[in-house]
Design a protein around this ligand. Structure first.
Ligand code: AMP
Ligand code: MG
Length: 491
């Protein structure tokens, strides 16, 4: 990196200045005994910040918001959202603050944000805090998705506060320092629309465009082009989640970004045994956000975004609806194409482009793969990781994943007949994912003061494709006695 790493943090306050309607200036609670649990040195450098500085007492006070950096106007952001299908007109940052925007080493504007920094005017009944476990869960999962090449907000640090939070029991509290290309959500547009101020909605779209889709400004209808770009980004994002077996868990419209980054890791998890109906959230009894429902739920949220943005598309409401629908209808095709292309890659088949999109035998194998996984409930990640071996003639490790190997053998014949190329498969099918039992083990140990398992897990998931000695335990499936896995929301 050419520029020297900074021993101070300088922030801009563009959001706070430009959107007083969506911002409440607020101060983070000062942690009584802050202790840095984990710092993302790679990300710190990317941001142009000196990791040693961030580890200092002054650095930690910036990371927790106790002493806002130069230029900062920390704000709680206002947003609305559909939660499990019902509309909440006023959600907002109930336990979070936007510290400000930072120019990274490449000149891009990134949000620096706190989660678990205390009550705000949006807290309703909540205490405004986060516990060590859930804050570290977001750190682990966001690092994993990032390493898998999936757009996501990033975690810069988790700092224990020295202050207990009351959940089912007393737990050590922590603040997560989060970095995002912005914190604009579908819910931000819903909130702006509900305020009934056309100028605000317009300004919000302009900022979203400038930060995420500057190319939309040249379109005939820039705000429609912005919406269309969000539809495209979300279709691609959800396809990537599905391809790695990630279940977000709370796809409420306030948890869907305009940037196309994954945000707000709550009761999220990777599937072990393949199960289209997999749900990991204790509060999702209906399975609204089950693994297989994620594309439909994303499309549903985008319809809410379209409703919020309608006045920006055309003065004539019927025309605006027509334009929005036309764009929204592309979601399914975009999603299916991205997912199929990803599956081809996972299976070592050449990309289906142009005429080859008609490549029926390959599409049939993709379909048969889903069926094989659904009926057998084989471990999703281990299955794909073992396939490169099968392509090279070593069938046993894959076979061993099936109680009854006969359907697998039949499937393998059809697949092998397509001549899969093993070379790229190990670069797309991860060996290490943050499996539930490993995450749980790491969080429990960290809550008890032992950061060893957390650091090993982070080491594994941050380079997920490269098998390394010493990490064997982290590359095997869930113990068979682990039972149904459930995480708890709002913790
Ligand atoms: P989430 O589903 O975690 O994104 O949160 C949904 C809403 O609940 C947001 O408005 C959060 O700010 C708020 N919230 C979640 N946990 C707390 C908490 N412990 N204290 C106050 N507000 C919270
Ligand atoms: Mg949220």
């Amino acid at each position: 990196m050419s520029t020297a790493l900074q021993r101070s943090v300088v922030l801009e306050n563009g959001f706070a200045r430009n959107f007083p309607e969506l911002s409440i200036p607020w101060t983070a609670e000062e942690p009584p005994a802050p202790e840095l649990l984990v710092l993302n040195e790679r990300l710190a450098r990317e941001l142009g910040l000196d990791p040693e500085y961030l580890r200092s007492a002054e650095g930690i006070s910036v990371l927790t918001g106790a002493h806002p950096p130069e230029g900062a106007t920390p704000v709680a952001q206002g947003y609305a959202g559909h939660q499990f299908g019902s509309y909440s007109p006023r959600l907002g940052d109930g336990r979070a603050l936007l510290l400000g925007e930072l120019r990274d080493a490449e000149g891009n504007l990134r949000d620096l944000h706190l989660k678990g920094s205390g009550r705000t005017p949006f807290s309703r009944g909540g205490d405004g805090f986060g516990a060590v476990g859930p804050m570290l869960r977001e750190y682990i999962l966001s690092e994993s998705l990032h390493a898998l090449g999936i757009p996501t907000t990033l975690s810069l640090a988790v700092t224990a506060t020295g202050h207990d939070v009351l959940r089912e029991s007393r737990l050590p509290g922590a603040v997560l320092t989060r970095v995002a290309s912005s914190h604009l959500r579908v819910g931000s547009f819903q909130y702006a629309r509900a305020l009934g101020d056309p100028d605000l909605l317009h300004r919000l779209a302009e900022v979203a465009m400038a930060r995420h889709h500057p190319e939309a400004a040249d379109a005939e209808r820039p705000h429609l082009a912005l919406f269309d770009a969000v539809v495209a980004d979300q279709a691609a994002l959800i396809a990537q989640w599905m391809l790695v077996g990630f279940v977000h868990g709370v796809m409420n419209s306030d948890n869907m970004t305009i940037s196309g980054e994954t945000i707000d890791y709550g009761p999220c998890a990777f599937i072990d045994a393949f199960d289209p109906a997999a749900v990991f959230s204790s509060i999702d009894g209906q399975g609204r956000y089950a693994y297989r429902n994620q594309p439909v739920m994303a499309e549903w949220n985008l319809a809410r975004l379209a409703e919020a943005m309608l006045p920006l598309f055309d003065d004539d409401e019927d025309q605006a609806v027509e334009l929005a629908m036309e764009s929204l209808r592309t979601f399914r095709t975009r999603y299916s194409e991205a997912w199929s292309a990803g599956m081809f890659e996972k299976l070592g088949l050449p990309p289906a482009t142009g005429v080859e999109r008609e490549d029926q035998p390959a599409h049939d194998v993709v379909h048969a793969t889903t069926e094989l996984l659904t009926t057998s409930g084989a471990d999703y990640t281990l299955f794909f990781r073992a396939l490169a071996g099968v392509a090279r003639g070593d069938r046993e490790p894959a076979r061993a994943l099936f109680t009854d190997p006969a359907p697998f053998d039949a499937w393998a014949e059809t697949w092998l007949a397509l001549g899969p190329d093993a070379t790229g498969m190990d670069l797309i099918n991860p060996a290490y994912i943050p499996r539930n039992h490993l995450v749980e083990e790491a969080l429990d140990a960290a809550t008890d003061g032992d950061l060893g398992p957390l650091n090993r897990l982070l080491e594994a998931v941050s380079a997920p494709y490269e098998v390394r000695p010493g990490l064997e335990r982290l590359a095997v499936g869930a113990p068979t006695d682990s039972g149904p896995y459930v995480t708890f929301c709002g913790t």
